[in-house]
Ligand binder design. Sequence first.
Ligand code: BMA
Length: 828
Amino acid sequence: MTLCGNGICVVLCWFLGVSSGLRPVALSLDGKWSLSNSDCSVSLPAEVPGCVHSALQQQGFIQDPYFRFNDVSYRWIAYDNWTYTTTFAGSTQLRASQKVLLVFDGVDTVASIWLNGLAVGKTDNMFRRYDFTVSGLLKDGDNVLKVSLLSPVLYASERRKAHSAYRVPPECPPDVQKGECHVNFIRKEQSSFSWDWGPSFPTMGLWKGVRLEAFDVLQLIQLVFESFSFFLQSSQVKLWWPNGHGDQPCYRLTVRGFQGGFLVLNTESKVYFRSVELVQEPVVGSPGLSFYFRINGKPIFLKGSNWIPAHSFQDRVTPAVLRNLLQSAVDARMNALRVWGGGVYEQDLFYSICDEMGIMVWQDFMFACAMYPTEGDFIQTVREEVIQQVQRLKSHPSIIAWSGNNENEAALATDWFNIPVSQRPAYLKDYVTLYVDNIRAVGQEDQSRPFLVSSPSNGAESEQEGWVASNPYDPHYGDTHFYSYTLDCWDWRTFPRTRFASEYGFQSWPSFSTLLPVSIKEDWSYNSNFSSHRQHHEDGNLRMLLQAALHFNLPNATDPVKRFTDTLYITQVMQAQCVKTQTEFYRRSQSEIIEGKGRTMGALYWQLNDVWQAPSWSSIEFGGKWKMLHYFAQNFFAAVLPVGFEDGDTLFIYAVSDLSHDLKLRAAVSVYSWSDLDPVCTLKSDLHPISGGSATAIFKQPVAALLAGCGSCTRLTCLLTFHLEDSSGQQGPRNHHFLCSPKDAQGVQRPNITVRHSQDEAGYSVTLHSASVAAFVWLDVGNVTGRFGSNGFLMTSRNRTVRFNAWCNTSVEELSRSLTVTSLRDLY
Ligand code: BMA
């Protein structure tokens, strides 16, 4: 159905497909099944939906798979074949129906299905729903349904062997990931064979619902609504807006169908209205093309992060887990998430929550960091996967773009896998066959949103270059991914001034309380076997310390546990400060072209969430606890933000505004001595007009001149804070700028922070009292779940009150028992 109006044409993607005249009789087969391995040496009850690992744990056959080194200890599970069996009664009504379908909403992954001893079908793709006709196979009394699952690891390896013509790299993940090989040969969550942030748990199971649907064919009514078109003026509907740009009003669409005077159909669905365009057009003063999203005609800067699977075992991703993570995204003022292509197409609820919260979703298809085979059966199952996923998801306004894969264009273009030049054409052909001729071709059934073939890509320019650009990271086109761990992340010059930053990031460790349930005392050191085991990125632990050491003193406590927890803390400080610097660089680059580059219109850092308790790029730990980075994101994604940086020893302050209306703002800069809580001096710029959706320089002064006019300050003894204000007061958060690395700062005192706890109708709060300027003040209440109003902050006042929003029942006593306060000066 297409809705068009003045300036806006809204395609309402609404498919009811085929519905029976009388509602189908549905018999859910979810619940308790039995499960056994290939030689029946292990048999146990198992929940459906669920997976083998979860069943084994629930029945006490294995410990928590996330505990210590269990990912490796439990490798055997995925090398075995497993059979799920259930028995159900074939009711008269079921058997009397003319058509009976056995419906699997999700089988993980390679299975043969047997009903009463007769083969009814096979599956080979975790991302498809499968329907098998079983009319005539049902018996009176007990019916036995068996699903026999092949080891995904052995299956992938067999498929690899069968593909003898040429290799389809990578063969195996790097050793540091302790993973399994050939995941690209099986249509399953690619990160389930391990990733650089995640364990190898190649799951097996019935991960979504199973049911029988029975109906009478003669009464079938084909309801194809593309025979109906409703035209509405856009002025007649309220539009869906991304978070921070307006509301997300929804309409309820009720459809009732009558046949012979009887109500035969009654459905209700939510309908939203919005338009999306991806603008790729010439940019004045710059070679290349723009790359930005226009929602309802308004250019929007995408602020957010990248989403990975929230658990290795999808049956544990509960509605509460999803809500908590997505609410955390919104609370950090994000308006967009990219569902990354190495995980899963998320469950319906994920997208419904994104619709409600105004989170725009860049949806990858599930292909990542690899070449893929293009045999007929592989292509066929992928086509079906794409058809089904597009149909399932296209009515969600939150999804603003499809994207064919993660980094596979870049992998080919920049030769990650050492493919000989003579063989390149074959791989290029396969690439175009899979992503262009099939996924894109099928995906274009949905014309209502842009389709990108890869991320990163040069967008329209990649297409011009035959779908694989010579440099898919070209900052003049499309989106980029950028990682550098060795360069100094405080130096914004190291970042590409890209059109759209869809991935960038730095690792950190999660907090001690998150590691506690999966570790024991001997693990609690940075050099323990456990610490290196959980690190899946080559030299990751060392790289974090080297990056941190550029600006901070590393912990030197003699108590080993304190040294460990201090080290976890410093990695979070490093990560937060690095991603802040990079994100602020992207946000302030939105209105400028410098040396032909700029007009950045998106900053999606890598990565929002974690799959287990381990070091990673995430800003939220497994379990939902916010890292320091996530608290920083609350500020660096604020609608109105002051950004400070130096260029050639001159301090610049930009005012960045995502608002729709214009403002008049001035910058107020305060200079503090590290040794004193009272500002040495405060400077203010003139008021400057700030257009809505822009970044404007409003303060510029050489640092030397600024300090010369401010008492006896030097770069080593002083630091800056700054904010924006208008006649009504401060607008947006306060920000800070260090004039030297904190490790070189002079006059830094121990803040000896003391705490007072209180509780009122609104909840809990802590009031901190500090004896001196304190940097990166971190409040941690261990495993009491919840979050602080702010955290990781620079304290330049004697007192500061911070609220704690508890996610479960707690008390002042528990909070005061659990609270620790750490600041930078406490580490050495
Ligand atoms: C990008 C992602 C992921 C990876 C991350 C960190 O390449 O697409 O594959 O986890 O970098 O290395």
